[in-house]
Ligand binder design. Structure first.
Ligand code: SF4
Ligand code: SF4
Length: 173
């Protein structure tokens, strides 16, 4: 595990390098990292980071309408409809499994009812071809707080809630 001064140094360097940010935004980002480093209980720190990653990804996908949802149909499914690719439904994007012919059990009233980072970072090949891809490594406040194994684990452990993923993160320290 990296020590705190190393995390601050690497994060600050990364933030300073980002020329798309204003001076004010840079300072704000460094403050976020410092705030996180103040939490010395590692389990609490991971838990806060986990929630922040989920919030960041939710905001990102909603604000930029990454999946292009309209009336429960995403851009990938619309493309399938246009190409007349036959499916049982086109609703609910990849929260509907074509393999199992049903919606994910965690989909409640059109929303995901759990906090899962793998699902939240996932983009289908259709979106990735448009350059839309997400990873924990691209999130400034998370990149240096987790090691490679933790990040890989978070991004590949689908369909389970935060408590399960948290155990895996702690195990991979
Ligand atoms: S990732 Fe692709 S298939 Fe899944 S909801 Fe978004 S656009 Fe649809
Ligand atoms: S767990 Fe994943 S597939 Fe299931 S509803 Fe949530 S985001 Fe969709």
């Amino acid at each position: 595990m990296r020590n705190d001064s190393r995390i601050l140094k690497l994060s600050s360097r990364e933030i300073e390098k980002d020329k798309s940010l204003s001076e004010k935004e840079r300072k704000e980002r460094i403050r976020v990292v410092e705030r996180m480093l103040k939490e010395k209980n590692i389990e609490k720190r991971y838990s806060k980071l986990y929630d922040m990653i989920c919030q960041y990804l939710d905001d990102e996908f909603i604000n930029k309408n990454i999946c292009g949802f309209s009336n429960d149909i995403c851009s990938r499914r619309r493309c399938m409809m246009e190409k007349k690719i036959e499916k049982d439904t086109y609703r609910n994007g990849c929260c509907h499994s074509y393999k199992e012919n049903k919606d994910c059990e965690h989909l409640k009233d059109g929303r995901c009812s759990i906090k899962n980072i793998a699902c939240k970072t996932f983009t289908c090949p259709y979106l990735r071809l448009q350059g839309k891809n997400y990873s924990v490594n691209k999130i400034y406040f998370a990149k240096y707080f987790f090691n490679f194994r933790q990040k890989l684990y978070m991004e590949t452990t689908y369909f389970v809630d935060k408590d399960v993923v948290m155990k895996g993160i702690l195990k991979r320290r």
